[in-house]
Design a protein around this ligand. Structure first.
Ligand code: PLP
Length: 413
């Protein structure tokens, strides 16, 4: 392997890595090697500082009090919404802030799908969806009599696009598809898919959990109806995220949760709801988390998403080449357009045993079913190991990981 370049368009990746204090720690007496970024990313100092500063200097509830602190907190919260909207290529008033993708997808399920779907309708979902983009649709199907139809994948882990378009029959009212698979890393051509769906009058829901941390997004050009993101995978705090939706949907959808802040006027005779997006933001939100998320998108933008993508592509290529050279190791998901996620199995080795031994070496990787049971069933495996890389990982870490993997395999043999 050639010595990899540490620079991408002038980014000093060693300095970037130093922004992540957790990466300096040890686990079981060994330097931590964190390869579980698709599960959750680590947080850089500006994100930690933004939350700390909020609680030290500006903590108050939002959109309620007229006092100075209340105004400052509201301004900070709304500024973060605007920054996230800019990051996504969206308008701030189309962005519902929420606890993450799971909430966002359930919001679409309960507020858009449940009142509209009926027996005979079909919800089309892909084989590679995370449970968060399967189970809400099953719940809707159960209550409405709609049916779930599955769009299958090809052997390399890419979507079978011909089959997908054939499956877009007139009964299909909604298509739910992930932008990037959390198991395979496959990047789906969501722009083309949404165009085809729209031509057929099908509403599209895109799960952007694994895309927003790694790709330059421009929701205006994707052409979907709904797009969900989760903050904790994009260097932001846990319990943050957003649903982007076309304004016409937000205007037509009933609220999902009722309470304070989502109203204009309440009497015992009835309630006048607030305008979107607040109509969908009942109760006190995760204010400090959202402020931290604003700092996270600023941080990612300061690196440049094109640089992030190029950096991670280099890491993916290095890891893939090294892993392909290991006899008995099989990578699941080899699509041409892939994010830096590698799921794999090793002949004769149980995934959890391997992950446990790797942990003793300070290596944090995921093992199991990755909240994607139907996908693993398709591959005929009960569990996989998964490494998921971020821009702050290094080529040296990949080499250390390979050495730890080979050592653990010798122990398990
Ligand atoms: N969708 C995908 C593709 C994911 O990878 C995840 C998290 O792993 C989710 C949805 C759920 O995200 P959250 O738990 O942050 O709501």
């Amino acid at each position: 392997m050639n010595a990899p370049s540490q620079a991408t368009e002038g980014v000093d990746w060693a300095r970037v890595r130093a922004d992540f204090p957790l990466l300096q720690r040890e686990v079981h007496g060994k330097p931590l090697l964190y390869f579980d970024n698709a599960n959750t990313s680590q947080k850089p100092l500006p994100v930690i500082a933004a939350q700390d500063d909020f609680y030290r200097r500006r903590n108050a509830n939002v959109s309620r009090a007229v006092h100075a602190l209340g105004t400052e907190a509201t301004d900070a919260y709304e500024a973060a919404r605007a920054r996230l909207a800019h990051f996504l290529g969206a308008r701030a008033d189309e962005l519902v802030l929420c606890s993450g993708t799971t909430f966002a997808l359930n919001l679409v399920a309960y507020s858009w799908a449940l009142p509209r779907l009926e027996a005979g309708d079909v919800i089309l979902i892909s084989r590679m969806e995370h449970h968060a983009n399967i189970v809400p649709w099953q719940l809707v199907a159960e209550r409405t009599g709609a049916r779930i139809r599955v769009a299958e994948i090809l052997a390399d882990g890419s979507l079978d696009l011909d089959a997908l378009y054939r499956a877009m029959t007139p009964e299909v009212k909604l298509l739910a598809v992930t932008h990037v698979s959390n198991v395979l890393g496959t990047v789906n051509p969501v722009r083309e898919i949404c165009r085809e769906a729209r031509r057929r009058g099908i509403v599209t829901v895109v799960d952007g959990s694994q895309a927003a941390p790694h790709l330059k997004l421009d929701l205006a050009t994707i052409g979907c109806d709904f797009y969900a993101v989760t903050g904790h995978k994009m260097c932001g705090p846990t319990g943050t995220g957003a649903l982007w939706a076309r304004r016409e949907h937000l205007a037509a959808m009933p609220p999902f949760l009722g309470g304070g802040e989502m109203i204009k006027e309440v009497s015992f005779e009835g309630t006048v709801f607030n305008d979107p997006p607040r109509k969908f933001e009942a109760g006190t939100p995760n204010i400090s988390g959202v402020v931290g998320l604003g700092a996270a998108v600023d941080y990612l933008e300061s690196l440049g998403m094109a640089n992030v993508k190029a950096r991670e592509a280099g890491l993916l290529a290095h890891a893939t080449e090294a892993m392909q050279a290991i006899p008995g190791l099989r990578i699941l998901g080899t699509a041409a357009d892939k994010a830096a996620v590698i799921s794999f199995v090793i002949e004769g080795v149980h995934a959890h045993d391997m992950a446990t031994l790797l942990d003793l070496e300070g290596v944090a990787i995921r093992s199991g079913q990755h909240c994607a049971h139907p996908l693993l069933q398709w591959f005929g495996v009960t569990a996989t190991l998964r490494i998921s890389l971020a821009f702050y990982n290094t080529h040296e870490e990949i080499d250390r990981f390979i050495a730890a993997l080979l050592k653990a395999r010798r122990l398990l043999a």
